[in-house]
Design a protein around this ligand. Structure first.
Ligand code: T3D
Length: 262
């Protein structure tokens, strides 16, 4: 069978490409399984210091493949909770917990779970022609893949509610203006810019970046006291890395640092 996920590892960057372009890279159970395999390989490869996620063709990802979900009259409804538990939730947890920066290059429309998987990544670039659609409400579902958690944090309650209930298309530039993503870039520059950003991140203090990710992932749920305690603990850990030593040595030696990600 054709590969639904492409994995390429070079220059410290693992590039994972969703690869069902004729279905706008929507998810089947098989694609979830292949993606889990690719992400496990990424996690185990100590040469990888940044993950870049993107899609093949004109879309990024249209969420669940709905042709797997049509039910004949009288037939029992599929258990979507089981699908979420097996496929979508582990994926979002993996992206959030991966101890390295995760860059998403949204090359085209990101709808349903596809939108929220993109928004679960650490740094999101999107082609100017790309868009984000909380399509769930149009078929009677709720935003999943962390959407009800991520959206209000990124854009605030009013916009989260409007997007979730109306399913409006948010063009990349509006997503940037709303703080939903890092940056919209010209279509013909997206692949190049995302790859350059990922390669650059892969030369940075990986453990420090992973600790930044941990601190920011919980800060909106912590009070200041707890967050200060957490910063103390994570800074203690950061201060013990080789890369911190190197960073300081390079600074005082007035030379460029060489970080090894440890
Ligand atoms: O079920 C569970 O496990 C629970 C989890 C659910 C998570 C979810 O993601 S639910 C939400 C599912 N996704 C959607 O509702 C989005 C459906 N797609 C669209 O609304 C539109 O395709 C887009 C707005 C994303 C793009 O529109 P457009 O006009 O650019 O493209 P298109 O013509 O609609 O799509 C191109 C082809 O891809 C088309 O096939 P065709 O006509 O060329 O044979 C279309 O049917 C197919 N396609 C697009 N999205 C899906 C899909 N096929 C299956 N499932 C899809 N989600």
């Amino acid at each position: 069978a054709d590969k639904t996920i492409l994995l390429d590892i070079a220059d410290g960057v693992a590039t994972v490409t969703l690869n069902r372009p004729d279905r706008l890279n929507s998810f089947t159970a098989a694609m979830h399984e292949e993606l889990r395999g690719a992400l496990a390989a990424v996690r185990e490869d100590s040469s990888v210091r940044c993950l870049l996620l993107t899609g093949a063709g004109r879309g990024f990802c249209a969420g669940q493949d709905l042709s797997d979900r049509a039910v004949a009259p009288g037939q029992e409804a599929p258990d979507l909770g089981a699908s979420i538990e097996t496929n979508y939730n582990p994926l979002v947890r993996t992206l959030r917990e991966l101890p390295m920066p995760v860059v998403c290059a949204v090359n085209g429309v990101a709808a349903g779970a596809g939108a929220n998987i993109a928004l679960a990544c650490d740094i999101v670039l999107a082609a100017r022609s790309a868009s984000f659609i909380q399509a769930f409400c149009k078929i009677g579902l709720i935003p999943d893949s962390g959407g009800t958690w991520t959206l209000p944090r990124l854009v605030g309650h009013a916009r989260a509610m409007g997007l979730a209930m109306l399913g409006d298309k948010v063009p990349a530039e509006q997503a940037e203006a709303w703080g939903m993503i890092w940056k919209a870039v010209d279509d013909d520059k997206l692949a190049e810019e995302a790859a350059a950003l990922a390669r650059q991140l892969a030369t940075q203090p990986t453990r420090g970046l992973a600790l930044i990710k941990r601190a920011l992932s919980v800060s909106l749920d912590n009070d200041l006291d707890s967050q200060l305690d957490l910063e103390r603990d994570l800074q203690r850990e950061a201060g013990r890395t080789q890369d911190y030593r190197e960073g300081v040595a390079a600074f005082v030696g007035k030379r460029a640092p060489t970080f090894e990600g440890r």
